[in-house]
Design a binder for this molecule. Structure first.
Ligand SMILES: Cc1cc2nc3c(=O)[nH]c(=O)nc-3n(C[C@H](O)[C@H](O)[C@H](O)COP(=O)(O)O)c2cc1C
Length: 286
């Protein structure tokens, strides 16, 4: 079995690297282990050319992205260790995430790989959407997320605590095929546990006046219930959408949606070019 650990942070021996190495070293010796530092890859931003749309097509940018994908495909399971930056996911992960249109239709190539995610953050209450965004990256890569560990650790080395390393080791063992899958995302978003989305685990919901909750990540819709006496006071009854966004069917559907937007552009390109012309001609000083 091969396990690939992906470290997003540029910090050498930082908390992400410590958590990734802690997890790798908790795996049996028979497991082939490798560690990939995203900081050592050249990954350009997506150019929105949509040349990668459609089954079997690769991103046309000549950098390390396709090699990154090949490394994921060569692994049987994946660890992602990536810190919260400005309430969201780390830049290195976002750069990769925006390139994943090319694999929307490739679930057969990627799914079946278990993944665990460790997310260090520096300030309690400042996790923002960083954990959810990191999980979203793993899911858009078709990985089967079997656990997540947010870790409060600001300075490099602060993740080295026995209780954290024990949790990281337990998480890593969920990658092994003989380990039964324990409940997904346990302990995650505990402050919103009663209303967290049961489809994807996210605690980030948008509310409307009709008493509905919308999961901003996976798109599930839930009915909120307010009880006057029992605890918890607020609960939510979630319905998993028919085409769950992160499922192979949901991603294929999104790929088809983008393909039809591309075809629409091709059909209307002359009209759109005319609309854009005055803006192209506008010049402003640097
Ligand atoms: C540019 C930058 C932005 C950060 N933004 C946040 C943040 O929004 N919320 C938070 O809790 N921690 C934030 N942090 C702290 C890191 O998440 C924390 O130090 C983490 O342990 C870094 O992991 P590393 O050692 O693997 O780099 C930020 C750190 C940096 C350098």
């Amino acid at each position: 079995m091969k396990v690939l650990a992906i470290v997003a942070s540029a910090r050498k021996t930082g908390n992400s690297e410590i958590l990734a190495k802690g997890m790798l070293s908790a795996l049996p010796e028979s497991v082939e282990k490798s560690l990939l530092r995203l900081d050592e890859l050249t990954i350009e931003p997506c150019r929105a050319c949509y040349a990668c749309l459609g089954a079997g097509k690769e991103c046309v940018i000549d950098d390390d992205f396709n090699r990154f994908l090949a490394q994921v495909r060569a692994a049987d399971a994946v660890i992602i260790a990536s810190p919260v930056y400005f309430l969201g996911m780390h830049t290195r992960l976002k750069l990769l995430c925006d390139r994943l249109i090319s694999v929307l239709n490739e679930s057969a190539e990627y799914s079946g790989r278990r993944c665990v995610v460790a997310v260090p953050y520096g300030v309690e209450g400042w996790q923002g959407y960083g954990v959810e965004a990191t999980l979203s990256f793993a899911r858009f890569l078709h990985l089967d997320v079997v656990g997540v560990l947010p870790v409060h650790a600001a300075n490099p080395g602060e993740a080295v605590r026995p209780e954290i390393l024990a949790k990281a080791a337990e998480l890593a063992r969920r990658l092994l095929p003989e380990t039964a899958e324990t409940p997904l995302l346990d302990g995650f978003a505990s402050e919103t546990a009663a209303i967290s989305c049961t489809a994807c685990g996210s605690g980030i919901v948008r509310l409307n006046e009709a008493g509905e909750a919308h999961c901003v990540l996976c798109g599930a819709i839930g009915q909120l219930h307010l009880a006057s006496s029992s605890e918890p006071k607020l609960t939510c009854q979630w319905q998993v959408p028919e085409h769950f966004r992160y499922s192979p069917a949901g991603m294929t559907e999104h790929g088809e949606r983008l393909e039809s937007i591309k075809q629409d552009f091709i059909a209307r390109r002359h009209e759109l070019l005319e609309l854009r012309k005055p803006y192209k001609a506008m010049e402003f000083e640097d």
